[in-house]
Design a protein around this ligand. Structure first.
Ligand code: UDP
Length: 250
């Protein structure tokens, strides 16, 4: 299928709306290799310009979903406007709905102990036919990783949802993708915390007006440093044409 990607800060981002992203997901689930789906926001893209490993992973990813109002603005500034912001958490809902329909199973990896189970339980309340192949919290040692990857494979999951924060989640999938046995994996940041009811998502008003970042800043002020990447990102897109990528379609 025809794909349009826009170069933002030197990284190609899929110019997709929700429907197209779900369509691409369907295709990815038809191929046996593990496809990586990433959901970058401004912070992740700025980090990728400083972390060559992360940059390469995103460049090689099979689907790069523009999660974050900064990317929507950037696409406008660069002359190829995105129709909408596709948040990782909304996309995940669509994926889970699909899995329920197709009988596919999901493995949830990440967040504090108990969160992945609680999130999976809530998801199964919403989609009772959803098969949960397994769960695992995200506070393990590096040495434990191969064992966890093997457990995911042995679970027979078709889809892996990784909530370890970026870039940990993307690097985990990239390192183990040959042995995970899943058809697709996605990094979803703090989405399991939201599903489990640990963290509240911004009310609709904030979501609608592209102000989710403001809500997060009010609720979790300790994130202010991380959030500086939003203005940094916007300034680089606006003025730093050379380092910011030229906004070319690929
Ligand atoms: N996390 C984890 N293991 C770690 C570090 C973080 O499982 O070693 C989890 C953390 O509990 C949280 C998620 O990763 O659920 C990261 O959330 P963050 O707010 O950074 O993600 P965002 O939504 O901003 O991408």
């Amino acid at each position: 299928m025809e794909r349009k990607r826009l170069d933002i800060l030197g990284i190609p981002v899929d110019l997709v709306d929700m429907e197209t992203a779900v369509e691409i997901f369907d295709h990815l689930m038809e191929t046996p290799e593990c496809s990586l789906i990433v959901t970058p926001n401004s912070e992740i893209l700025v980090n990728a310009t400083k972390d060559p490993e992360l940059e390469q992973i995103i460049k090689r990813a099979d689907l790069v979903i523009p999660d974050g109002i900064g990317l929507v603005y950037a696409s406008k500034i660069l002359g190829h406007p995105l129709r909408e912001r596709v948040t990782g958490i909304d996309f995940l809902s669509r994926v889970l709905e699909k899995l329920e329909k197709t009988g596919g199973s999901a493995f949830f990896l990440g967040s504090k102990p108990g969160i992945a189970e609680a999130a999976a339980k809530k998801m199964q309340e919403k989609w009772p036919g959803l098969k949960v192949a397994g769960t695992q919290h995200g506070y393990f040692k590096k040495e434990e990783e191969p064992e966890i990857a093997k457990r995911i494979k042995d679970s027979g999951a078709d889809f892996l949802c990784v909530a370890l924060g970026s870039p940990k989640q993307e690097k985990f999938v990239e390192t183990y993708k040959e042995i995970l046995g899943v058809r697709a994996a996605i990094g979803v940041g703090g989405s399991l915390d939201v599903w489990a009811g640990e963290v509240k998502r911004a009310p609709e008003f904030y979501q609608k007006h592209g102000l989710e970042w403001l809500y997060r800043l009010i609720k979790q002020p300790s994130r202010w440093k991380r959030m500086l990447s939003l203005p940094v990102f916007m300034l680089r897109v606006l003025f730093g044409r050379k380092s910011a990528g030229k906004g070319e379609l690929q």
